[in-house]
Design a protein. Structure first.
Ligand code: G6P
Length: 607
């Protein structure tokens, strides 16, 4: 989703803006642009293509103050005229991430005042609004006044042609942070954009407006009161956002899973027993009161929640429901104040998940827990309890290592809940801890299957549809496999609990419909084998990801990938990796843009 970079310095900041945008490419975008102040004039360059094109087009542009943007279209098609920055009368320039809900009425009012609109975006109203309040030359005040008229979500950067050493930025509902340099300052949608220039970061809070100058900055809260926010040192590793030896970030991130799992489980694996305190000090008093769990999340994170439901009910004996955040937020549901509301989010900024969390709180849920990969994200800040997944930055739009670390975190939640509820004796706890310690190594073995999966993927390249089957806690893994395939290879893929096959999807099965099946050696194996027979009998081609001891053998039309070992309750985590690799290699066959699939965004900060 849209990315913002801004800079004020005593040097040419165009390379900083462009490099920052390159770092934000992973968020997903369809056009890009920048504007600088040069000799008292705004100089704007925009491109309906990639940031690389913008880099070429801006090779001769220089300036010491500027803002830049990658756009993910909401209002108006992806095109150069809709690309940001948007300008008002060559005096004010604005970049914006978010959606202005009352833009139509503002547009009508501003048109009446004589402002001419040159794009179909909601953003352009912000530029004209700021312009309309800028008569006295106070950019901060003009921006604050404009913001007070907006309904919706925004992160913005604003500059004025006659104010060459000042940038105004603000956030509400969309992420933005301030990078503090020496004699120069920056803003960015996330830290990866700013690591090239500084590690000193101020996380802006909801409603904050910041006046950014060369040597100083001032932050104002939503009421306009000047406030102090701490400067933190970012621990983000610059190398972790480099591609290194891999062809794509997705491939790199799939291979980072053993380390990401080890990092996420580190504190627990080094200790002798599990304690609620890993979710925050208050968990000790909250967890014993919890009667049920409500999980809210979107996309891949929702699939993690669906797996956790099986664990929580079976191991911890606690009722659990999982809801799509965008549905829950608009549903009149029945709250139970003793429910623990768990939000799961890689980014911690997904608009629907954040809104679902706030909806839950508004309906009377006081106990909230975030499982999230980004410290200081909105979802973390707005939850009482938290567990950080330590997957490191995830750049590929299709989520991989964030998902498996979310599962690891949710397994810890299951075990702690089970212990609090007296359902985990010492022996079983030690057994689970032992299995968790082994998980990174077990994942490494699964990843060694990559060459076999790459071969298998060749058989998918000319297919248009695929069916994914799983049962029990592996059904959400089948759903995740289908999601990965459709996201990056654009092959239409659906997942079904295998028992549902005969209630509809079997009608679709023929030789052109590959059927991928997750086949762990668990209590449902025999039933799954019958389901696979149903597919074979209709001429369907089967691709079975089977545990070593399942005794499913390759035959005509049945392709088997043997998983190294069976991992009991942790099996869904291991069964995820081959499906990620399958999607990756099918996408390579099809030549798609693996890390930045069309129409998708990494961090969906608008509704
Ligand atoms: C987008 C991403 C998905 C992700 C979903 C939820 O759709 O493309 O990969 O699963 O958002 O994101 P979150 O950051 O909340 O986990």
């Amino acid at each position: 989703m849209c990315g913002i970079v801004g800079a004020v310095a005593k040097r040419n900041i165009v390379p900083v803006l462009v490099n920052g945008l390159l770092r934000l490419e992973y968020r997903g975008y369809d056009s890009a642009g920048l504007v600088v102040v040069h000799e008292g004039k705004l100089e704007r360059v925009r491109s309906a293509g990639r940031v690389a094109e913008l880099r070429q087009k801006s090779a001769n542009t220089t300036g010491q103050l500027g803002i830049a943007h990658t756009r993910w279209a909401t209002h108006g098609i992806p095109s150069e005229r809709n690309a940001h920055p948007h300008m008002s009368r060559n005096l004010i320039a604005v970049v914006h991430n978010g959606i202005i809900e009352n833009y139509e009425e503002l547009r009508a009012e501003l048109s009446e005042q004589g402002y001419e609109f040159t794009s179909d975006t909601d953003t352009e109203v912000i530029a004209h609004l700021v312009h309309s309040h800028y008569a006295q030359g106070n950019l901060l005040l003009a921006t604050q006044t404009a913001l007070s008229q907006l309904v919706g979500a925004y992160a913005i950067g604003v500059i004025a042609a006659d104010n060459p050493q000042q940038l105004i930025a603000a956030r509400k509902g969309s992420p933005l942070l301030l990078g503090v340099g020496e004699g120069e300052n920056f803003v960015g949608s996330d830290m990866s954009a700013l690591l090239q220039v500084t590690r000193n970061v101020v996380y802006l809070e909801e409603g904050d407006v910041v006046e950014v100058n060369l040597d100083s900055y001032r932050i104002f809260d939503e009421q306009g009161t000047e406030v102090q926010r701490p400067v933190q040192i970012s621990e983000l590793d610059n190398d972790s956002v480099e591609l290194g030896e891999y062809k794509h970030y997705m491939q790199k991130e799939i291979h980072e899973q053993p380390q990401a799992l080890a990092n996420t489980l580190e504190s627990v694996c080094n200790s002798q027993s599990l304690v609620p305190g890993i979710f925050g000090a208050e968990a000790n008093s909250i967890f014993p009161k919890i009667e049920s769990i409500l999980i809210l999340a979107c996309g891949t994170s929702n699939h993690a929640g669906q797996v956790a439901r099986y664990w929580l009910e079976e191991i911890a004996g606690i009722p659990c429901t999982v809801e799509i955040a965008s549905e829950y937020r608009y549903r009149a549901s029945v709250p139970n104040p003793n429910t623990l509301v768990v939000t799961i989010s890689q980014s911690g900024e997904t608009a629907d998940t954040l809104a679902a969390l706030n909806h839950a709180k508004a309906t009377g849920h006081g106990y909230t827990l975030a499982i999230c990969n980004v410290p200081e994200s909105a979802i973390i800040r707005q939850s009482k309890l938290r567990l950080l997944t330590r997957a490191g930055p995830e750049i590929g739009v299709a989520s991989t290592k964030a998902f498996t670390t979310q599962l690891a975190a949710l397994f810890l939640l299951t075990l702690v809940m089970a212990k609090v509820r007296g359902r985990l004796d010492e022996k079983r706890e030690q057994q689970f801890l032992h299995e968790l310690r082994h998980l990174p190594a077990a994942m490494q073995k699964v990843l060694a299957l990559e060459p076999q999966i790459a071969e298998m993927a060749k058989l998918f390249a000319d297919k248009h549809h695929a069916l994914f089957l799983g049962r029990g806690m592996h059904f959400p893994i089948a759903a995740e496999g289908a999601l990965k395939l459709k996201e990056i290879s654009y092959i239409h893929a659906e997942a079904y609990p295998a028992g549902e096959l005969k209630h509809g999807p079997l009608a679709l099965v023929d030789k052109d419909m590959p059927v991928v099946s997750v086949a762990p050696n668990d209590t449902l194996l025999e039933k799954l084998k019958s389901n696979l027979q149903e597919v074979r009998a209709r001429g369907g081609e089967l691709y079975v990801f089977a545990d070593a001891d399942t005794h499913i053998h390759a035959s005509e039309g049945v392709h088997i990938l043997q998983m190294p070992e069976h991992a009991g309750f942790l099996s869904p985590i291991l069964h995820t990796a081959p499906l990620q690799l399958l999607a990756y290699y099918v996408a390579l066959q099809k030549g798609t843009d693996v890390d930045k699939p069309r129409n998708l965004a990494k961090s969906v900060t608008v509704e």
